[in-house]
Design a protein around this ligand. Structure first.
Ligand code: SAH
Length: 305
């Protein structure tokens, strides 16, 4: 750029335009890292790096806050401040990749951070395209999972726009139950959701992940497990059971370990691959449903076992 005046060249040379500022990192005993980030207009959000054995999974946010109002989720209590732009979503991935993880790397990316990805569809899709493009971050779509609370109208569209994995936060076995904890179920009930899942363009040998947050005494009975298995009939899915993670204002109970295993057994006996997600980063407020853009946690931790 020799044609530019020297002073301008110098100014340009020292210029960087990062979308997000990485302000702090919290380290969990289990190796999870919570990265606190700030947008240029002063909003706080977070992304989480989760050790999975040989590699890490990065949990990425799509909004500052969320407007869906799920009753068991801390992010919901913030309401929605604003959507994140595609550049801010991608910058989380950049920042994650710049963290020194020793000889390990981030392998999988899950949109399970703050916000509802499909409520910010345009920026989500643009961000996924940049992540996947070989001139972008060159990440295989197989390593990217978008999790949604069930915006049924956008589910097939997502699959047509970008070749990513899909996860659904189901969390209930009847409409009545699901509506009580996830207001979005009033708009798109479980039958409509199932129809959308059947329309999702699912590549061969791939499955949709069904996330089921277990709230002790609410949706964790054996009758729930039986209803859930009937609901899932005809879908290519695997189920991820997530014992509820507490936060201060959260008014639920964690289910007992035995209860979770009995629930799992029913699904497995019906031929449904079912795993139990041991949430990581509980001690730093970095587990599922504990993200609020603040250092945290401000709550008593569940005891192990
Ligand atoms: N809004 C999207 C992305 C968030 S993913 C979605 O709902 O899928 C976050 C996952 O954590 C969801 O499956 C949600 O059901 C779950 N979750 C929310 N609060 C939780 C809590 N307190 N304990 C355990 N899981 C929780």
């Amino acid at each position: 750029m020799k044609n530019l005046p020297a002073l301008l060249r110098e100014a340009l040379g020292s210029m960087t335009a990062p979308a997000l500022k990485h302000t702090e990192t919290l380290y969990s005993k289990d190796g999870t890292q919570k990265l606190l980030l700030e947008t240029s207009d002063g909003h706080r959000l977070e992304t989480v790096l989760i050790p999975m054995g040989d590699f890490y999974t990065q949990c990425v946010s799509t909004q500052v806050g969320c407007r869906l109002g799920c009753t068991f989720c801390l992010t919901a209590t913030m309401g929605l401040s604003r959507h994140l732009g595609a550049h801010e979503i991608v910058d989380q991935v950049h920042i994650g990749r710049s963290v020194d993880l020793g000889d390990q790397k981030i392998r999988n990316y899950v949109f399970m951070g703050m916000g509802e990805p499909l409520d910010n569809m345009d920026h989500l899709v643009r961000a996924c395209r940049i992540m996947i493009d070989d001139k972008g971050l060159n990440i295989s779509g197989r390593r990217i999972t978008v999790s949604t609370a069930g915006l049924a109208n956008r589910i097939p569209e997502l699959g047509h726009e970008v070749p990513v994995n899909l996860a659904i936060s189901l969390n209930g076995s009847t409409d009545e139950q699901r509506t009580e904890i996830m207001p979005i179920n009033r708009k798109y009930n479980m039958a409509e959701l199932k129809k959308a899942l059947l329309e999702f363009p699912l590549p061969k040998r791939r499955r949709i992940t069904i996330e089921y947050v277990m709230l002790g005494g609410f949706n964790d009975s054996l009758a729930d497990a039986n209803r859930l298995s009937r609901y899932l009939h005809g879908l290519r899915v695997k189920v991820n059971l997530i014992p509820w993670n507490p936060f201060e204002e959260g008014d639920y109970k964690r289910p007992s370990d035995d209860g979770v295993r009995a629930f799992q057994k029913i699904l497995v006996n019906k031929g449904i691959a079912t795993s139990i997600r041991i949430s990581k980063g509980l001690d730093i407020g970095a587990a599922c449903g504990q993200l609020d853009g603040l250092p945290g946690p401000d709550t008593e931790l569940p005891t192990a076992g």
